[in-house]
Design a protein around this ligand. Structure first.
Ligand code: HAS
Ligand code: CU
Length: 549
């Protein structure tokens, strides 16, 4: 079943492609918004027709942070479970389509309210900023749709397990299941604040909102959200890249263990986004920072595992010396090159994350554009370049086409353009942030204050980088359109790696869901119960809604 010619069923392919189309449309529109932002922030450009900077910024964050990611991930995961656990049943596929349409309709509703200027509350929609209720209702549909798709994947997994008693499930089915369990547990938090706080408040049923509770529920969701984005990139690194380079996976067990560690540790850590927030006892912040450092471990395991895979492969091809194996890697293959550059960027990106998570250092960088620099390395480079690299084989596999040499070359150029653009933009953001430049802010010289004037060269570098990145977006859209509609017909492999011979057999314990979900729930209760009770018992009167745009 693990052979290279195994194909995703055409009907499952359609479901996956539907998600992928929406993802890339979101990339096109969200990328355009991003271009406008860096131009505005350079101070050399003003938005026409009285459009608000914050409307554009909300469009950008929602389309790229929430829509591109969620749609690509669910599409990719449907393809992955179909490829490795067999064709979806009609029922599972039907529910997959229900999920898709709910998410798409929800996205359209949310986008409508953002574009008419009724919801310029940014992608984190922090209270007391108040959007039109339609914004929150649209987002609710997106989340409910994603739950339905998650349950469809669980049902597919359960069917496989039933047909294969006592066997370890395929890695690329196990991993999507972990990711959807993670997503399900964490999105309960955002569902709670949206349904019980934000919607009644925006409809005027209640006048005031408990801001701290709503932000806490948001970050209970918001941090695992970033791992929901990251884990599909890790699926590609662990289970697909080794096959693309012609090697083997270092260890199946290690990959599963790192995913389980993400499931356990990625939720009880939301306070690291609230370290400067009053109303949370420092002891509880401390506990959640410790847990944040725990969730770094599976990323370090991943780094180790990737190095091991590359080195094992290089040495099997006769490489010598400490780094000789680097020369044996297939640099000319965009399916490898784009994700590899993503890995490389994750080294400084992850280091920046450790800075953010350190309570004292967070005082320096919080709410500065440093943080924006951080997530443009993690999400907009590491994760996104990996997704691009996957699209280069996934789309032709699903549409029955092949990538031409010319398109592969363009994809290599795309990766280089992206890297250059991001080095300019993200470095400038990090430096400007250290000098105190705020995030979530339109261009402002604060009455030509000397400190604000120091930021300007960096904001111009940001604009240069952002413009280069926009060219990168145009290039990837050209490639994706070609692969979906114009590339020559043919067979493209959906690569799935095999495990190295010397690796240990995978134990079944990784699929003891009661155990892992149980531990996750216990840690969540330990990390959140007392501070949450505090927040409710000592609640201030609450805030009315504000529309500051
Ligand atoms: Fe983060 C803020 C801490 C990872 C995304 N983060 C954000 C926000 C986003 C985001 C979107 O503690 C902004 C939210 C907002 O709007 O306010 N982050 C961390 C930590 C990690 C981390 C500790 N973040 C991510 C990932 C993201 C992401 C992943 C998206 C995908 N982050 C924070 C904190 C804040 C924050 C605070 C709040 C800041 C504030 O004050 O507001 C860790 O998970 C990072 C661990 C990663 C590593 C790197 C391992 C390296 C690997 C690559 C190996 C390379 C190879 C190739 C094999 C330790 C795996 C090598 C080859 C050669 C030849 C060299
Ligand atoms: Cu976080």
């Amino acid at each position: 079943m693990m052979n290279g010619t195994w194909k995703v069923d055409a009907r499952d392919g359609k479901l996956a492609m539907a998600h992928i189309y929406v993802a890339f449309v979101a990339l096109a529109l969200g990328g355009l918004a991003g271009l406008l932002q860096v131009l505005v922030r350079s101070g050399k450009f003003e938005l026409p027709a009285g459009i608000s900077y914050y409307t554009i910024l909300t469009t950008h964050g929602v389309l790229l942070g929430l829509v591109l990611t969620t749609f690509f991930i669910i599409g990719f995961q449907f393809a992955a479970v179909s490829r490795t656990a067999g064709t979806l049943s009609d029922r599972v596929r039907f529910w997959g389509w229900v999920g898709f349409w709910l998410m798409t309709i929800g996205t359209a509703i949310t986008a409508f309210y953002i574009l008419i200027g009724e919801a310029s509350v940014l992608y984190t929609f922090y209270a007391p900023l108040q959007a039109h209720a339609g914004f929150y209702i649209g987002l609710t549909l997106v989340v409910v749709g994603s739950w339905i798709s998650g349950f469809a994947m669980f049902a597919h997994y359960a069917k496989w397990k039933k047909a294969h008693p006592g066997q370890v499930s395929p890695l690329l089915t196990f991993m999507p299941v972990v990711n959807m369990v993670l997503w399900l547990i964490c999105s309960l938090g955002v569902a709670a604040t949206v349904l019980f706080q934000l919607i009644p408040w925006s409809l005027g049923y209640v006048d005031r909102i408990n801001v701290l509770v709503s932000r806490t529920l948001f970050w209970y969701f918001g941090h695992p959200l970033v791992y929901f984005w990251l884990l599909p990139a890790y699926m590609i690194w662990y289970a697909i890249i080794p096959k693309i380079i012609g090697g083997k996976m270092f260890s199946d067990s290690l990959a599963r263990m790192s995913f389980i560690l993400f499931l356990i540790f990625s939720i009880p850590v939301g306070f690291h986004h609230q370290l400067v927030e009053p109303g949370i006892d420092p002891a509880w912040k401390y506990l959640q920072v410790v847990l944040t450092f725990m969730v770094v471990i599976p990323s370090l395991m991943t780094a180790f595992s990737m190095f091991a895979t590359f080195e094992m492969y290089g040495r099997s091809k006769g490489a010598t010396g400490l780094f000789g194996w680097l020369r044996k890697l297939p640099w000319g293959d965009a399916r490898f090159f784009a994700p590899f550059i993503g890995m490389l960027f994750f080294i400084p990106a992850g280091a920046g994350g450790l800075v953010n998570a350190s309570h004292q250092l967070n005082q320096v960088v919080h709410n500065t554009i440093w943080v924006t620099g951080h997530f443009h390395l993690t999400l907009a480079t590491t994760v996104v370049l990996t997704f691009f690299g996957a699209a280069y084989w996934l789309i032709p596999h699903l549409t029955g086409r092949v990538m031409t040499k010319a398109m592969n070359r363009l994809a290599i150029i795309q990766t280089i353009v992206w890297s250059i653009g991001m080095i300019f933009m993200s470095s400038a953001m990090h430096f400007a942030g250290l000098l105190g430049a705020p995030r979530r802010s339109a261009f402002s010289t604060y009455g030509d204050a000397p400190q604000a004037l120091e930021w300007i060269p960096y904001q111009i570098a940001q604009a240069v980088g952002g413009t280069i990145l926009f060219i990168g977006i145009i290039l990837v859209l050209i490639i994706v359109t070609n692969l979906a509609f114009f590339a020559p017909k043919g067979e493209t492999e959906f690569p799935v790696a095999e495990v190295a011979e010397q690796a240990e057999r995978t134990p079944l314990v990784f699929e003891n869901w009661k155990l892992w979900i149980g531990i996750a729930v216990v840690l969540i209760l330990i990390a959140y119960t007392v501070p949450f009770i505090d927040m409710i018992q000592n609640a201030p009167p609450g805030s009315k809604g504000f529309k500051l745009w």
